[in-house]
Design a protein around this ligand. Structure first.
Ligand SMILES: Cc1cc2nc3c(=O)[nH]c(=O)nc-3n(C[C@H](O)[C@H](O)[C@H](O)COP(=O)(O)OP(=O)(O)OC[C@H]3O[C@@H](n4cnc5c(N)ncnc54)[C@H](O)[C@@H]3O)c2cc1C
Length: 369
């Protein structure tokens, strides 16, 4: 017997979490309908698309034509009073990839639709109700389902009302694509005392001498992005700003939420369950692990929700550990102070063994070089 035959799954949201969960379930024989409020998947663009080698390999079928850059290191830049100063380098054991996220989502969408999956664009889900389990759309129509997968992203309107997340705290990430006069070699991570202490800025080289400049913040976002761009232009000796595009999105700040409501067959995935790496703010790694957990939780035509919770435990624990590390860094004044310390102790290289889990291999001091 094919596993999911007969069971209908309604998926709220056509972001990576909803699409990839659908892909797994369709391949296990479930009948899946995806409801996405926008007219296309992948828009509006919000993500920087930095993915580890592990994520890219796991999603290789969808990612192959989406890679726009790959790097073995990041430059850690301290925003000093006068200028930017490169104080240290984060080097990785494996490549980190810059990926066109819109294309990635469109690739998954195409595979799903070409295999006949029912994807309903411009359909916003307003409510999820029980006994019987059903979703109600903005049009007033409703759909009865055996399972509902909530992949609504960081907004977490449904997740909060259903009780998955007790609190909903988000930051906002704002990014600009700008033209540069030369191709940057590596991404920059910028630490400034003008940013929130748990926040940072970044500059990621893209194709065609473009760069993605971004910052995370809870407030004064535009000012902070403008400040970062101005300082970056000065650092690179660029006179004029050639702005191509500005976009952004919400980033969950909370620890992982619950992932299932067992008695009602509802699962929350991705940002909807605050499954995000709290330090780098990456969400695709937890999503990749979650869909593996989902795949392993299907038994005899059903999603075994108890088993799913069991399979999710190691992921949740990884993310919680990162929250603890982050809290310790915040206790000592935040990322800016940490990088200032690296500068003071002349730590010129921090070797990262595992990008996603932030496992460090060691540090090199200038005196030992
Ligand atoms: C500025 C920024 C930079 C980032 N950079 C990275 C990065 O470099 N690497 C990384 O791994 N992660 C990054 N992330 C995080 C990553 O983008 C998210 O973790 C990821 O998009 C989460 O996927 P998701 O499917 O859970 O949610 P989303 O991508 O937000 O998708 C949710 C979907 O649900 C739809 N939706 C919402 N509500 C409803 C509803 N009621 N009915 C129907 N549809 C609905 C939305 O339209 C959307 O399409 C970044 C995020 C931001 C904001």
């Amino acid at each position: 017997m094919v596993d999911g035959v007969g069971s209908k799954v309604c998926v709220v949201g056509g972001g990576p979490a909803g699409l990839l969960s659908s892909y797994v379930l369709v391949n296990l024989g479930f009948e899946v309908s995806i409801f996405e409020e926008h007219r296309e998947v992948g828009i509006p663009r919000h993500c920087s698309g930095m993915l580890s080698d592990y994520v890219v390999s796991s999603l290789s079928g969808f990612v192959k034509d989406c890679v726009v850059g790959r790097f073995r290191s990041y430059a850690l830049i301290l925003d000093t009073h006068s200028s930017f100063k490169e104080v240290s380098t984060l080097t990785f054991n494996e490549y980190v990839y810059a990926v066109d996220r819109e294309k990635l989502e469109k690739n998954v969408y195409e595979v799903l639709t070409s295999s006949g999956v029912d994807v309903r664009l411009k359909n916003k889900v307003m409510e999820i109700s029980f006994n019987p389990l059903r979703i109600t759309l903005e049009s007033g129509k409703y759909e009865t389902c055996d399972y509902v997968v909530v992949g609504e992203g960081a907004v977490r309107r449904l997740s909060k009302s259903l009780g998955f997340c007790k609190s909903v705290k988000n930051a906002f990430g704002l990014q600009a694509v700008i033209k540069t006069s030369k191709t940057l070699e590596v991404p920059y991570v910028v630490l400034s005392k003008f940013f929130d202490k748990d926040s940072f800025g970044w500059v990621i080289p893209l194709e065609n001498k473009e760069a993605l400049v971004g910052v995370i913040s809870r407030n004064n976002l535009r000012l902070r992005l403008a400040y970062l761009i101005k300082k970056f232009l000065r650092y690179e000796g660029l006179r004029d700003l050639n702005l191509i595009n500005v976009f952004g999105g919400l980033i969950p700040l909370d620890t992982p939420c619950s992932t299932v409501i067992k008695e009602h067959n509802v699962i929350a995935v991705g940002d909807a369950a605050s499954m995000i790496k709290p330090i780098s703010k990456g969400g695709l790694y937890p999503i990749t692990l979650s869909i593996q957990a989902l795949r392993k939780s299907v038994r005899r035509g059903d999603i075994d929700l108890k088993l799913y919770v069991e399979n999710m435990k190691s992921i949740v624990s990884k993310l919680r550990t990162q929250h603890i590390v982050k809290d310790v860094v915040m206790f000592f004044g935040g990322y800016y102070n940490l990088v200032k310390l690296l500068n003071e102790f002349k730590v010129r290289e921090v070797k990262v063994l595992k990008y996603d889990d932030l496992v460090l291999k060691g540090m090199s001091l200038i005196s030992k070089r």
